[in-house]
Design a protein around this ligand. Structure first.
Ligand SMILES: [Fe+2]
Length: 346
């Protein structure tokens, strides 16, 4: 067995591969680490055959959908997963064949309805069902403390005590534990009475994870994160530095249409001298009246440089092939002490 752990913050992803056939599965990949997974698999001489999410993650962005498209490899989840992009939906007890390895799914609802653990040889990937010294929480959408009790005490904890436990989260840098060790030491497993376990889980008073809304939205539907939207737009546009824009305005200003895509009140409070106002929200509807020459060079700017990136990508899609975005925004322009003009458009 070839085995790699990728730790990002508190998240854990695992590459597990068959030495004989070079086939591998990637478990719980995270969006920011896509290049790392592909590089690791290549370094180990593995070809990724399956992308597995142990459950619908609420605290980070799953990479399964994007990697599935890039590698033309199926995304695997439990059959209770709401995600429409899942190619292979497993029922508890079913096996995933990865070369000579057999990954057996165990349906373990509780943290989420679609949680599953995967047993392979001497180890079990427990997702957020069982963590080292903890369990997944049950207060997020589709969580159920009673179901988690059954999944643990009538499922995972009855597995071979020697099985190594590899969870989807670990915050203290421990590589793994074992079922036996968790039974003996995990504080949440010391209450084996169902009612007491449920009461404990319902009174943890945990704070909401950051990005919970966005993570659930994108992981459940296959929609894009805001960062993905921005980086996809940024990949299609060139940028101009603040200094270059300053020089352009000083020496060749007629060549360049400077477009302020913020709202009117922000524009009137202070804009780059000579800029025209065309708020991002009105761009498509007013473009034919405002920008009549598609061959003109257009520079879009906003307050921070994000909205203007989206606006420039839209302009390019509409045919303004010389549109560029300011690298930075009005905030950086002010901080550089460059000229600012207040008031309405001339
Ligand atoms: Fe989770």
């Amino acid at each position: 067995m070839i085995f790699e752990t990728v730790a990002t913050g508190g998240c854990r992803s695992y590459v597990i591969g068959c030495e004989d056939t070079c086939a591998a599965a990637l478990i719980d990949p995270e969006l920011s680490q896509i290049d790392r997974y592909i590089a690791l698999a290549a370094r180990d001489g593995l070809r990724i055959r399956y992308l597995v999410d142990t459950h619908t993650h609420a605290d980070h962005f799953s990479a399964t959908q994007q990697l599935g498209r890039e590698l033309a490899v199926p995304v695997v989840m439990h059959s209770a997963s709401p995600a429409p992009f899942v190619d292979l939906r497993l029922q508890g007890g079913e096996l995933l064949v990865v070369g000579r390895l057999r990954l057996q799914a165990l349906h373990t609802p509780g943290h989420t309805r679609d949680s599953m653990c995967l047993c392979v040889e001497d180890r079990v990937f427990t997702g957020d069902t069982l963590l080292i010294g903890g369990t997944g929480r049950t207060d997020l959408p589709s969580g159920d403390a009673g179901a988690l009790y059954e999944s643990l005490f009538e499922g995972v904890l009855r597995l071979d005590p020697a099985l190594k436990v590899y969870p989807a989260h670990e915050y203290q840098g421990r590589s793994h534990s074992s079922i036996g060790q968790e039974l003996a030491e995990n504080p949440r497993l010391q209450k084996s009475d169902r009612g007491a376990f449920i009461e404990m889980m319902q009174n943890l008073n945990l704070t909401m994870p950051t990005h919970v809304t966005e993570a659930l939205r994108t992981n459940m539907t296959g929609g894009k994160t805001v960062a993905q939207m921005l980086s996809e737009a940024a990949a299609t546009v060139p940028f101009m530095s603040l200094g270059e824009l300053k020089a352009c305005l000083e020496f060749r200003r007629d060549d360049l249409i400077v477009l302020d895509v913020r709202e009117r009140d922000a524009f009137e409070e202070g804009h780059i001298p000579g800029a025209r106002l065309l708020p991002r929200g009105q761009l498509e509807l007013r473009v034919n009246q405002e920008l009549t020459d598609p061959t003109k060079r257009i520079l879009a700017y906003c307050e921070f440089g994000r909205v203007s990136t989206l606006a420039t990508a839209t302009l390019r899609q509409m045919g303004f092939q010389r549109a560029v975005a300011l690298d930075g925004g009005m905030k950086a322009w002010r901080e550089a002490d460059y000229a600012v003009k207040a008031g309405k458009e001339p």
